[in-house]
Design a protein around this ligand. Structure first.
Ligand code: ATP
Ligand code: MG
Length: 563
């Protein structure tokens, strides 16, 4: 379990509530939270925040946090999602110990509670169909109409409910509804449906059930069964709280306290699982774990670190009102972590060949390079230098303007960790494109400085052609080019804002040979280019594939500076 530094988590309204409960002894000093995902999609960065809150609070108060799958809807849930969710939470660094639960394990209990509610005269079997129930419901300004089945006898209700369970009726033929108040100003209290008939196979219970509990019915009972103290959820459930309380009071069972906070939204992306599924199913991305997705698995694949995600979650804080966090802030924490902890390597993404004419044919020198200037313990490595090298196309201009400090015809630059070179000739193809440079090097400048004190303004990276490893590099940009694609007024369809240039694949990149043994998940800073991570799925020893995690440019730091 992560020990979150107590001083770094600022106080917040949830903690104030808990502090008060600790004072009054409401739960005998216990703090027990849970993270309750529905296994109908992969977790995203918004969930990471909820995870950080629930596990963070439990940790801070010496309490417990359960992982509970809220798997009450058989039609949308899958085993694959259960697996991915477990993997993601572990990767984030949280531990539910032996407390992994499934709402579906409580189906029998939920049923017994429903029977009890019927016996108390507080629930009835209703024959109205979904459409009719909606029509009876009323509106915010008009009260609803009571169902004509509302006054069935307890005996009849018990009989019908049992027959619903035994599979006698088709889907949608009947429901079990709580008998509350059709004129309540809160629509959730207008005799809500608590069970529906659904002949569908469930990922956990198989064909055992053909009636399934509704979310509102199940959720509070799950919390109650697990003796949760503080049931932390997002704001959309605020209006459901009276119902949550009503069920627990009517059944006279253990009663946790529900507390709501605002969902995390992130600029330039979306947080709705339904919409993310749409992106996956319509092939806007290559799956839930596409590195452009705001999912935990996508971010992990892209090279984001769990430390950075956790820091970001803490920093954005806990709010009562919906807001949008800046993606730049998340990237700031990614860069901060990677800058400290990733080793530097050289890589050329858009190669341009350079022949060092006065360097001896067949000679190879091993030059020393620093692995991480931020961390001396990372040590040094050797990189080979030889007569033919690759540099970045963008590091050369035939007739550069004054401020261009890289290579130009007749100009001298420093090759990182190697020598000064001067460009003497340019070779072009028929179309006029530069395809090769001829240079000379100064043997006196080994290691990157001239004994005569002569200075060069530019330092560029390079790769020895003979020793280079070929790799594929995938450059990512934002998935959307609108800062709030889900809430944009300009267009109803969030997919209209997808960025057509969110992925650029570079097939012919060259890496220094020390990267040969890089394994999936390894992260590096490619000098002067950005942070990169070996792809977990497509990379192999035959063909290395790197994902760009982030560029080096840090807009958040710039924003902070200018303020
Ligand atoms: P659904 O519409 O399928 O319910 P959901 O995003 O609410 O989608 P859940 O699996 O129900 O998904 O979420 C699990 C938990 O994560 C819930 O407690 C939910 O409140 C919380 N959560 C979901 N999205 C966010 C978010 N953007 N920010 C913070 N918490 C979130
Ligand atoms: Mg939900």
């Amino acid at each position: 379990m992560i020990n979150t530094d107590k001083n770094t988590i600022k106080t917040n309204f949830i903690k104030e509530i808990i502090n008060e409960d600790m004072k009054t002894g409401k739960y005998e000093g216990r703090v027990h939270t849970r993270f309750p995902p529905e296994p109908n999609g992969f977790l995203h960065i918004g969930h990471a925040k909820s995870i950080a809150i629930n596990f963070g609070i439990a940790n801070e108060y010496g309490g417990k946090c359960n992982l509970r799958f809220d798997d009450t809807n058989p039609t949308k849930e899958e085993e694959m999602y259960v697996k991915s969710i477990i993997e993601d939470i572990k990767w984030l660094g949280y531990d539910w110990e032996n407390r992994l639960y499934f709402a579906s394990d409580y189906f029998e209990k939920f049923y017994e509670y429903a029977v009890q509610l019927i016996k108390n005269g507080k629930a009835f079997v209703c024959d109205l169909n979904a459409e009719e129930i909606r029509e009876h419901r009323g509106t915010l300004i008009e009260p609803g109409k009571e169902s004509s089945y509302r006054n069935r006898s307890i005996k009849e209700n018990l009989d019908l409910f049992e027959r619903m369970r035994s599979g006698e009726f088709p889907n949608g033929a009947r429901t079990l509804r709580a008998k509350i108040d059709m004129s309540s100003s809160n629509l959730n209290m207008r005799d809500p449906v608590i069970y529906r008939i659904l002949h569908a196979k469930h990922h956990n219970t198989g064909d055992e059930w053909c009636i399934y509990p509704m979310y509102d019915w199940a959720h509070g009972l799950e919390d109650s069964i697990e003796k949760i103290t503080h049931s932390i959820c997002t704001l959309e459930f605020e209006d459901h709280r009276p119902l949550y309380n009503w069920f627990l009071n009517e059944l006279d069972v253990y009663h946790p306290q529900q507390i709501e906070f605002a969902r995390l939204n992130l600029s330039y992306t979306i947080m709705s699982k339904r919409k993310l599924l749409e992106l996956v199913e319509e092939n806007h991305v290559f799956g839930w774990n596409d590195p452009r997705m705001p999912t935990i698995s996508g971010m992990r694949r892209r090279g984001y670190t769990s430390t950075a995600i956790r820091k970001f979650s803490e920093r954005v804080g806990i709010a009562k009102r919906a807001n949008i966090a800046e993606i730049d802030l998340l990237e700031f924490y990614i860069r901060e972590d990677l800058n400290k902890n990733s080793e530097r390597r050289m890589a050329v993404i858009n190669p341009l060949k350079v022949v060092v004419e006065n360097y001896p044919e067949g000679k190879m020198e091993e030059l020393e390079a620093i692995n991480n200037p931020e961390d001396e313990s990372a040590g040094k490595r050797k990189i080979p230098f030889s007569k033919e090298i690759y540099i970045e196309k963008s590091d050369f201009m035939e007739n550069p303007p004054k401020k261009f400090f890289r290579l130009g015809l007749g100009r001298e630059v420093r090759l990182r960790y190697a020598y000064f070179i001067t460009c003497t000739d340019v070779i072009k193809d028929e179309s006029g494109e530069v395809i090769e440079l001829r240079c000379t090097y100064d043997p006196e400048t080994k290691g990157g400085s001239a004994p005569d004190g002569r200075k060069v303004k530019g330092t560029i990276h390079w790769i020895s052609a003979e020793h280079a490893i070929n790799a594929e590099v995938r450059l990512y940009d934002r998935l959307f080019n609108h800062s709030n694609p889900a809430g944009a007024k300009e267009n109803d369809d969030f997919k209209a804002f997808t960025n057509p240039n969110s992925l650029e694949i570079k097939n012919n990149c060259y890496l220094e040979p020390s990267l040969k043994n890089a394994i999936p998940g390894d992260r590096f800073q490619f000098e002067r280019i950005g942070y990169f991570c070996v792809d977990r799925y497509d990379s192999s020893s035959d063909k290395l594939v790197f994902n760009r995690t982030a560029t080096l440019r840090d807009t958040w730091a710039k924003i902070q500076k200018s303020q």
